[in-house]
Design a protein around this ligand. Structure first.
Ligand SMILES: [Zn+2]
Ligand SMILES: [Zn+2]
Length: 450
């Protein structure tokens, strides 16, 4: 980071200010008085405080945050501009960025309000630092934040969460969801209590998950928060059907690969409302065992880059992505999530991050694969082990490994077909599964409907 020349004496004075702040002993009035003194020292001092926000030191960040939280009007706008620069620096880590965002958000409000003393508002000729909302709407950023959070000590994790929980800003909810996906009871307890400061129905899906956690304290806090939200006018009866809000960007593409022999398929939803702002999420679903196998995505792409990615993705999964109607694509993923939850499976963190991009189906849909399939011939539940030993899930038809092993021929020409080594189509007729060789299937295509 480049350091503009700074009056050393001012810098030292600011440091002394910060160090002198005893957070345990000081009252709010004490802190406000210190902050006022600092503003009295002029713009340079406030900028020095902001510039040094990330400097290491025991409880230094809390001290700086406490002082910055007292700034109003002109003082706030001075700090805002400098913090915006710090945030833009490449050396800032994901948790530092989020911490800075929580401070920026408050300063932005404070800069817009007149100073406590009644003296003017924004510094002359100063644009209000635009809160970089992009960071808060970027799934990749959420996942990076989660990754860093995971490496922190419990005390540091608590420090990273505290300003978000205190701020009560719904735009930070995806980060809380990321924290929850680490499945650490200490974090879950903090989130379960802190959600009481977010009086919006958007908290309900998070509480729903916390109410199902194994740790009794987490569930207790979540129940208390539910009551607290109700008192604040949030309609909480919906908690068990609430689903995560979807991205408000329009869907520009919905695609999926054909299901493989085990019924797995990759579903892709792309959104974008401006050129160069396409984002997409891919979710690999498994109707037999896991529900959701994995998910990933990318944001900030141009239309052309997205098309390029699509070709690469097709190569990656070994299949082309074919158009699918949006509702069916969303219904597939929604059903896969439900299925995973019913089986008590953990949802991959990447999926939790990207599911807003996928969105929810608006209407019931007939799915191209059956979840929790049973063998169409013997009725036995088909499991992953069946698929590994030659079992099949083809559309709504499934065969367990044992039934798939039975010798079969093409239902049309009688040619013997091996269930693993030959390619064939499958259809169900009178409770039996019939194989049709490719040649016969192709020959039929022109003549009759499927
Ligand atoms: Zn069977
Ligand atoms: Zn045939």
């Amino acid at each position: 980071m480049t350091k503009p020349p700074e009056e050393p004496s001012i810098g030292r004075q600011v440091d002394q200010f910060v160090a002198a702040l005893d957070l345990e002993g000081a009252s709010n009035e004490d802190i406000a008085a210190l902050a006022e003194q600092l503003v009295g020292m002029g713009r340079e001092a406030v900028e020095g405080l902001a510039r040094g926000a990330l400097r290491p030191g025991p409880s230094r960040r809390e001290q700086v945050a406490a002082l910055l939280a007292c700034l109003e009007g002109e003082g706030a706008s001075w700090a805002l501009a400098t913090l915006g620069e710090v945030l833009g620096s490449r050396s800032v880590s994901p948790t530092e960025r989020v911490w800075l965002l929580t401070i920026l958000r408050r300063l932005e409000e404070a800069a817009a309000s007149p100073a406590r003393g009644g003296a003017g508002s924004r510094a002359a000729g100063e644009e209000p630092g635009e809160l970089p909302d992009g960071l808060l709407a970027d799934e990749t950023e959420w996942l990076l934040w989660r990754e860093e959070l995971e490496t922190l000590t419990p005390a540091e994790q608590e420090m990273a969460l505290a300003p978000i929980l205190e701020g009560g800003d719904a735009r930070f909810l995806p980060l809380l969801e990321m924290a929850m996906s680490l499945r650490q009871p200490s974090l879950d307890v903090a989130v379960a209590s802190g959600l009481a400061r977010f009086p919006t129905p958007a908290t309900l899906p998070l509480l729903r998950e916390l109410l199902r956690r194994a740790d009794p304290l987490v569930r207790k806090r979540a129940r208390e928060t539910l009551l607290a939200l109700e008192r604040q006018g949030v309609e909480t009866r919906e908690v068990f059907v609430a689903s995560v809000e979807e991205s408000d960007e329009p869907v520009v593409a919905a695609l999926a690969t054909r299901p493989d022999r085990g019924g797995q398929m990759a579903v892709l939803i792309a959104r974008g409302n401006a050129p160069g702002r396409v984002r997409y999420a891919v979710v690999v679903i498994d109707p037999v065992e896991g529900g959701i196998v994995r998910a990933w995505g990318e944001s900030g792409l141009t239309e052309a880059e997205f098309r390029e990615h699509l070709v690469g993705l097709g190569n990656q999964v070994g299949q082309d992505f074919l158009p699918l109607d949006v509702n069916t694509a969303q219904a597939l993923v929604a059903e896969a999530e439900e299925y995973a939850c019913r089986q008590g499976r953990e949802l991959p963190a990447e999926y939790v991050a990207w599911r807003r991009c996928v969105g929810k189906p608006g209407a019931p849909a007939e799915l191209p694969v059956a979840f929790a399939p049973s063998c169409s011939e013997c009725g036995k539940r088909v499991r992953g082990g069946d698929i590994a030993r030659g079992g099949l899930v083809v559309g709504r038809v499934a065969l367990c490994a044992r039934c798939a092993e039975k010798p079969r021929g093409c239902a049309v020409c009688g040619r013997a077909l091996h269930h693993i080594f030959d390619d064939f189509f499958v259809r169900e007729a009178g409770g039996r599964v019939q194989f049709v060789c490719l040649r016969c299937a192709r020959g039929r295509q022109g003549k009759s409907s499927p």
